[in-house]
Design a protein around this ligand. Structure first.
Ligand SMILES: Nc1ncnc2c1ncn2[C@@H]1O[C@H](COP(=O)(O)OP(=O)(O)OP(=O)(O)O)[C@@H](O)[C@H]1O
Ligand SMILES: Nc1nc2c(ncn2[C@@H]2O[C@H](COP(=O)(O)O)[C@@H](O)[C@H]2O)c(=O)[nH]1
Length: 210
């Protein structure tokens, strides 16, 4: 009985567990995380990654990403400022320690949107997140969604599809994710995502009441 009580107190003190959303580019990670942040205002905080890719129309520096040069990013990595970093489709991406700390300091559920290399590297840390993989129903549908999004050149699209094949292969490792969601119908996928996060959401909502 005491053990359960201590474990409850400890888990409340430790704050909510972060969430890692991963899956091929175009699978629907950003769409789903935006839905979560909209429905649960004051519960989730996005870990703003650094990247060397150019901003897309509508993206904001400091909100979607910190857009930096390759030199700046390489320097930050060498200085130990990043929890993880990866090369994806010709650009660098990385999660800084500060981006996660900023969210956790507010006692929010920190959401990280990272590729499969990021998952493997985060597994070597003590972050202890919930790992959710968002997968497309098929490669054909993924390609169509990426084309319809109109963010890629033919060259970058092909690179992303190649990375998607590798992601799907590496994601077959047993037990690597807490949950795999096939994002076919968006509302169904969103429902499954909320279900796996229900305990962490309740923790933050409870803390917000007091
Ligand atoms: N269930 C769905 N049905 C139809 N279209 C969808 C669905 N989910 C997402 N989309 C659309 O697919 C496109 C890709 O989604 P999104 O940008 O969220 O993917 P992503 O995984 O965040 O990609 P990236 O890793 O490149 O940022 C978007 O245009 C989005 O509106
Ligand atoms: N390992 C990391 N991967 C990241 C990070 N931030 C984003 N990503 C992943 O990159 C691709 C492409 O993203 P896009 O915005 O250019 O479409 C996608 O799979 C993201 O999940 C990061 O900090 N580390």
């Amino acid at each position: 009985m005491y053990l359960r009580l201590f474990s409850r107190i400890f888990s409340a003190m430790a704050g909510p567990r972060p969430v890692v959303l991963t899956g091929p580019s175009g699978a629907g990670k950003s769409t789903l995380l935006k839905m979560l942040m909209k429905e649960y205002e004051g519960v989730f905080g996005f870990s703003v990654s650094h990247t060397t890719r150019d901003p897309r129309p509508g993206e904001e520096n400091g909100k979607d990403y910190h857009y930096v040069t390759r030199e700046k990013m390489t320097e930050g990595i060498a200085n130990g400022e990043f929890i993880e970093n990866a090369e994806f489709s010709g650009n660098m991406y990385g999660t800084s320690k500060a981006s996660v700390q900023d969210v956790q300091a507010k006692n929010l559920i920190c959401i990280l949107d990272v590729d499969i290399q990021g998952v493997k590297n985060i597994k070597k840390t003590d972050l202890n997140p919930i790992y959710v993989s968002i997968q497309p129903p098929s490669m054909q549908i993924l390609e169509q969604r990426l084309r319809d999004r109109q963010t890629e050149t033919e060259e970058s699209l092909q690179k992303r599809l190649e990375a998607a094949r590798l992601d799907m292969e590496l994601s077959k490792e047993p037990g690597i994710f807490d949950l795999v969601i096939i994002n076919d119908n968006l509302e169904d996928a969103y429902g499954k995502l909320k279900d796996v996060l229900v305990d962490e959401i309740a923790k933050v909502q409870e803390a917000n009441k007091s």
